[in-house]
Design a protein around this ligand. Sequence first.
Ligand code: AP5
Length: 215
Amino acid sequence: MNLILLGPPGVGKGTQAKLLIDRFGIPQISTGDMLRAAVKGLTPMGMKAKEFMDAGALVPDSVVIGIVQERLGQDDCARGFILDGFPRTVAQADALSEVLSGLSRSIDAVVSLSVDKDEVLKRLTGRRACHGCGAVYHLEFAPPKASGRCDACGGELYQRDDDKEATILRRLEVYDEQTAPLISYYEAAGLLRAVPGAGSVEGIHEAIVAALKAS
Ligand code: AP5
């Protein structure tokens, strides 16, 4: 199954992708995670991307399309994949369709998650991630057992640089301007499955699976 998870910052794309990996046995391709790894590794691409990310802006299409194209060609994507945070512009969506057509493949469904802005702000200002293994927590909704420490590996938890309120608001504006048009783009292609992003993590997961089965 070749899936796209679409939705604003903090809607729960990464959280839901983790459950879908276990359910369908296909990998998550998160452009945000790949870019953060490049930033952490101090690669030239990472250094360039960091300026855009810290400002809440999108990294240029050419950079992101290149990393996704390379990733989709890897063996573990042969049975399917979950794109999380890509595409984010119409140009990226067009490029994805071309890359997949070159591989004789196509997107099966686009799950569009939505929650209101106040909920996004709560989710993102309270989000913490592990420096060691990348596990994601929330101070109120999914707290770690020991404050500031990862349950899985004991690593130190940190707040993402772009999870400060001013940057979150900018990311939401960028979403509305550049990414939200993809909802009608994929609706017109008959691929959109709209799923409410509010409620329990497990309940949303089951709603996604039901929407996929119905398609
Ligand atoms: P990226 O990392 O993709 O960020 P994003 O799309 O803004 O999404 P987030 O990771 O912030 O949120 P999420 O929806 O995954 O939510 P999560 O599951 O963590 O991108 C970062 C930056 O990289 C971009 O701004 C851009 O600069 C660049 N970039 C990336 N891709 C790009 C592209 N294609 N083109 C150009 N630039 C690109 O959940 C959030 C919190 O809520 C967590 O704490 C979680 O525990 C909690 N939570 C989740 N579900 C629930 C629930 N049901 N109830 C309560 N709490 C919940």
